[in-house]
Write a protein that binds this ligand. Structure first.
Ligand code: KG4
Ligand code: ZN
Length: 413
């Protein structure tokens, strides 16, 4: 059985009481993109098991996720992954208090596999079904780990940057009052989002353009430290201001800024700028040579790619990353100031990026603002975050019924 860890006040229990332990166990299921995942989490905090079957190797041949292949692979994996999650947890299916599943956003066919399975399981076990927004899950990956480390207390309101392959969003995350409470419902307001590509998508497209592996984020992350980040001066255009959305609170400290900057993002411009740089600096032959050399290897790694990259290419990679992280940093901390938040949470696959973590931490320290990231394992897609986000919903009896369907464009806030 999973070990007990302290978690926030408001829900007291006796850990020796197995009955009450069971009433806190949620099986999370995640299948929105290219990871089939299942996890058992107790009381939204203790990760009893966390199993992820990644399809990266399958999609790498195509340089991106192929939706039909993803659905078929989820179908193949969902039962073994769930079984492993139950086995690892030390509990039995009959111990579960609820099943939580990602209802969107994501690929329609991929979501459908998880939802159909979760519905059947909940029906068979006669336990409630809880629908979770994938983006809320990413935010709760961080909140869950912050609770596990009691010293890392976060106060509300928070600003959450969810930055992944499919999303780049800024949310104000709140409950009633300043202290986070298990049983209080969360409210989110979307205060910024990408108007075109997501940041992770830009990483993936630029990596592909440069003849590197898929997904591109980890390759660019590892290669960037070998280049000069100031070599290519990429810039981000200011995005047109949107009218402030009704109901979005603005800090009294900076009321004038309410009609000022937008907190939206755009990453298609920098991708085009990298392409233009490649064309105007004659990098295409060396890219083709690198692509062919890596394709000839059975399982190419980043270490294989490094000697295949000349200094100019490494400078380009470092400059691209520096510009993307700088843009995420500026928008996030400007929004943090405007909305007067008490902490910043960064989550999603791109939150695994080393330069991003270091620069966000340094900026947060400079401002005296707490910032939290998920562990590397919980940065990318997983089901523990889905079970964690479902915990307040279980306490509030926010259950889904038979009508729960896959919602590929599901919004948060
Ligand atoms: O959250 P995630 O696993 O799936 C989505 O919901 O999209 O994020 C995957 C994205 C990919 O675009 C991948 O290139 C990016 O996260 N990523 C990274 C790093 N690790 C993964 N981007 C930058 N640096 C990394 N270390
Ligand atoms: Zn995700």
């Amino acid at each position: 059985m999973c070990s007990d860890r302290s978690y926030s006040a408001g829900y007291t229990k006796d850990v020796t009481n197995e009955q009450s332990e069971r009433s806190e166990l949620i099986l999370g299921i995640e299948s929105s993109c290219d990871e089939t995942a299942a996890a058992v989490v107790r009381a939204g905090t203790n990760v009893c098991s966390n199993v992820v079957a990644s399809q990266i190797a399958l999609h790498a041949n195509y340089g991106g996720v192929v939706p039909e292949l993803a659905s078929r692979e989820h179908l193949r994996n969902i039962v073994p992954v769930m079984r492993e999650a139950i086995l690892d947890s030390g509990y039995a299916l009959s111990d579960l208090a609820a099943i939580a599943v990602t209802e969107g956003p994501g690929l329609a066919g991929a979501l459908l596999v998880g939802i159909t399975f979760a519905k059947s399981l909940a029906f068979g076990l006669n336990v409630p079904l809880i629908g979770v927004n994938h983006l809320e899950g990413h935010i709760h990956a961080v909140l869950m780990e912050a609770r596990q480390h009691a010293e890392q207390t976060m106060e509300l309101p928070l600003l959450a940057l969810v930055v992944s392959g499919g999303h780049t969003h800024l949310y104000l995350a709140e409950q009633h009052g300043n202290a986070i409470q298990d049983q209080a419902a969360w409210r989110y307001k979307n205060v910024g989002r990408t108007v075109d590509d997501a940041a992770g998508e830009a990483y993936d497209k630029v990596a592909k353009l440069l003849g590197l592996g898929y997904p591109g984020g980890p390759w660019i992350d590892a290669l960037a430290k070998h280049g000069n980040a100031r070599a290519v001066p990429f810039s981000f255009a200011e995005i047109k201001t949107r009218a402030p959305r009704p109901g979005i609170p603005v800090s009294k400290k900076a009321p004038a800024a309410a009609h000022g900057p937008s907190f939206d993002f755009s990453f298609s411009g920098i991708k085009t700028a990298v392409l233009r740089y490649v064309e105007t600096h004659g990098l295409k032959p060396s890219i083709e040579a690198r692509r062919e050399a890596l394709a000839a290897l059975p399982a190419p790694t980043i270490a294989d790619a490094l000697p295949l990259c000349d200094a100019q290419t490494l400078d380009l990679i470092a400059s691209f990353q520096h510009a993307v992280v700088g843009n995420l940093l500026r928008q996030t901390f400007r929004a943090a100031e405007l909305f007067g938040v008490h902490g910043v949470v960064v989550s999603g696959g791109v939150a695994a990026n080393r330069e991003l973590r270091a620069r966000f931490q340094a900026e947060a320290d400079r401002r005296g603002l707490p910032v939290a990231f998920p562990s590397l394992a919980l940065s990318t897609d997983n089901a523990a975050m889905i079970a964690a986000a479902a915990w307040p919903k279980l306490l509030n009896r926010e259950f889904a019924d038979d009508s729960l369907i896959a919602t590929p464009q599901l919004r948060l806030g």
